[in-house]
Design a protein around this ligand. Sequence first.
Ligand SMILES: NC(=O)c1ccc[n+]([C@@H]2O[C@H](COP(=O)([O-])OP(=O)(O)OC[C@H]3O[C@@H](n4cnc5c(N)ncnc54)[C@H](OP(=O)(O)O)[C@@H]3O)[C@@H](O)[C@H]2O)c1
Length: 304
Amino acid sequence: MHVFVTGASGWIGSHTVDDLLTAGHVVTGLARSDASAAALAAKGVGVLRGDLDDLDVIHRGAAESEGVLHLANKHDFANPAVSDAAERASIETIGAALAGSDRPFVFAAGVAGLALGRPATEADPNPFVGPDAPRGGGENRGFDFVEQRVRAVAARFSPTTHGPGDHGFVAYIVATARQHGVSAYIGEGTNRWAAVHVTDAARLVRLGLEQAPADTRMHAVAETGIPTRAIAEAIGEGLGLPVASIDPADAPAHFGFIASFFGMDMSATSEATRELLDWRPTGPGLLQDIAAGAYFDVRVASAG
Ligand SMILES: NC(=O)c1ccc[n+]([C@@H]2O[C@H](COP(=O)([O-])OP(=O)(O)OC[C@H]3O[C@@H](n4cnc5c(N)ncnc54)[C@H](OP(=O)(O)O)[C@@H]3O)[C@@H](O)[C@H]2O)c1
């Protein structure tokens, strides 16, 4: 299949592209910089130069493909409305380009905010609707295109899609621990995060592209829920720092934007996904990755 991938140079995208190439697919990736274009070209990936705001370019990339993976995101956590607007516009543009074709459109989503007090399942609807909602209401907007004969599939990633080289949430929490000289968790630290190794997530995205029927919500979840206290303890152990609880009221000052995520229960299961796609995660768990040092060479731009 000729697959157009936005975010092909990103954390999940680069692993997914590797998986697609190994499986024999032909890939064209959106690249916004010379560095990203060069990284894609070096893998034998076709390059379409453009930014997420270049909707005509994104439309062309989707229209010329046999399927689309949308994994790019501006991730402007200081100004989420910017990321959310771009996310919604990208999904609308790709959906329109694929309308009437029955071609697959797999887009990134998350398990955050899906359920309260229990692990989220694939049957839980996404509560975020409309342009002002988190992620621009992108998951529900993507599924609008099912009735226009687009094989829309959401890849709901665990809040930590982890592995060596990850610069996401766990890397940020590690940076915060370094900065403050203490590895903190919020309150009792009993809220839990689902987790998946990035190579397992990449394989799932590829399986979804190849096989998932329209209207599928895939859960990229290998571990249902790791208490945030256990994450903080593993980071403290790895950095040789004390571990401490901080009061929820003090969490935003300590953690910055990540406080709301680190204080949230984001546990989720993946039974339906495993059954549907015969997906069996095999990678190491999150605490294993932290203990093996996967996060201690990574620097993120700023923390706290
Ligand atoms: N990682 C996780 O644990 C996780 C969890 C839940 C959901 N998700 C979602 O999964 C998706 C992939 O996440 P990720 O961790 O792989 O993200 P990432 O590593 O930050 O990669 C983002 C990708 O988007 C591209 N990009 C950013 N701004 C762009 C712009 N203005 N124009 C064009 N391309 C742009 C980046 O290009 P450059 O390479 O050139 O910078 C990169 O390829 C995102 O939607 C994310 O929100 C991820």
